[in-house]
Write a protein that binds this ligand. Structure first.
Ligand code: SAM
Length: 379
């Protein structure tokens, strides 16, 4: 069943879709937290001295598909920042669908400094480490006392959010619930709060130290699936290898180690994942030929590959969903060289075998343990 696309809000209405566009996408492109944030802004418009002649923008963080940015961009100067290429592409696609011009938008990826702004409006991201990173950046970019609103859907909010906010904002408060969402408020403190330290993972058996930035997959310890995958990275390739959905870059690092003459493309839709991968690969394999690609899967790359390595996501936002994995399989099929191979790891219960068989001529099992299966797929 196709989802509802009409988003009515205090300043007007927008037609919003998720991106990439999927047939009968069950996920809506906006939610009660977006509406609640816009209502709160309208209700407290006295508080933000932006409208009359000021050029300092309102800063929007982690807008999911453009609901906040597109509702406000005609009303006042707006700047926005986020980590996800897919969310940014949704913003652009929805702007085009609604005939809204984005050239005046000051956009920053999550690994770039934030611009000065009069106030901030934040969708609480799934990863609390990303929120903490962003709150520290907000405390450095905005003047003391500037208001900061945050919101999320009740079912997705961490219990200790007010406590976390108290480390970065003055007077943190939780507001009332509305639209199954909750709003929080605080003010930028007098002095900037230092950004939380990046996480580091040690792989003593390889002599590697991995930097894992805020919000990047498996920050506490190396993912157990990735650990199993690392034992099954092919050798003997002197052509082009892709680490698709590279996260901190560790799978590509093993591919570089096993294949001293190969070139590597590390690809992810998260700006902070790519920043981590660039740092980790740069410190360990400085002399090697490695490209980094921020994008949706392999879109925007013409390169064909001898080997594509993939530990796919099985969530879209908070929802368990294999549509991203299926899309990445299609991208891999499109961009394998003749004779090239897609090597995929998945949780044993996910049944990627059936999905891969629909898309590839030949699928074989390479390895399995109690939790994971690794398959090779080729045309
Ligand atoms: C399960 S993690 C694997 C990370 C890393 N390869 C590992 O094994 O530790 C999946 C990765 O896919 C990335 N990802 C999700 N959707 C994507 C998309 N549409 N295009 C590219 N990468 C994506 C996520 O940001 C995440 O880093």
């Amino acid at each position: 069943m196709s989802s509802d696309t009409l988003f009515t809000h205090p300043f007007g209405a927008l037609t919003l879709r998720r991106w990439p566009h999927l047939r009968d996408d069950p996920l809506r492109a906006w939610d009660g937290a977006d509406r609640y944030l816009l209502e709160s802004l309208q209700e407290s418009s006295q508080e933000i001295p932006a409208e009359q002649g000021s050029t300092a923008p309102l800063l929007i963080l982690n807008d999911q598909c453009g609901a906040l940015t597109l509702a406000l961009i005609g009303q006042r100067p707006v700047a926005a920042s986020g980590d996800s290429f897919v969310a940014h592409a949704a913003l652009e696609a929805n702007a085009a669908d609604n005939g809204i011009e984005l050239s005046a938008l000051d956009w920053r990826w999550a690994d770039q400094p934030l611009p000065a702004a009069t106030a901030a409006m934040i969708r609480v991201p799934k990863e609390l480490s990303l929120l903490e990173w962003q709150l520290a950046a907000v405390s450095a970019a905005l003047p003391a006392g500037a208001p900061v609103w945050l919101a999320g859907m009740d079912k997705h909010l961490p219990r200790n959010l007010v406590e976390v906010l108290g480390r970065y904002l003055d007077q943190p408060q939780a507001g009332l619930g509305r639209h199954k969402a909750r709003i929080f408020h605080g003010r930028v403190p007098a002095s900037p709060v230092p950004a939380p330290a990046a996480a580091w993972l040690d792989l003593p058996e390889q002599g590697w130290r991995l930097r894992v930035d805020a919000g990047v997959f498996s920050r506490q310890q190396l993912d157990i699936g990735a650990r199993f995958f690392l034992q099954h990275i092919p050798a003997g390739i002197d052509g082009d290898i892709c680490d698709l959905g590279c996260g901190n870059g560790v799978v590509g690092m093993m591919a570089l180690k096993q294949n001293p003459a190969a070139r590597l493309w590390s690809c992810d839709e998260s700006a902070l994942a790519l920043a981590s991968a660039r740092d980790n690969i740069g410190r360990t394999f400085a002399q090697r030929d490695v490209q980094f690609h921020l994008g949706n899967g392999l879109d925007g790359l013409d390169q064909q590959f001898d080997l594509i390595l993939l530990n796919p996501p099985f969530h879209r936002g908070h929802a368990v969903d294999d549509s991203v994995a299926r899309m990445l399989f299609r991208h891999a099929r499109r961009q394998l060289k003749p004779g090239g191979v897609l090597r995929v790891i998945g949780n044993a219960h996910l049944d990627y075998l059936t999905v891969l068989r629909r898309q590839f001529g030949k699928v074989t099992q390479v390895a399995r343990n109690s939790k994971f299966i690794i398959h090779d797929a080729s045309l």
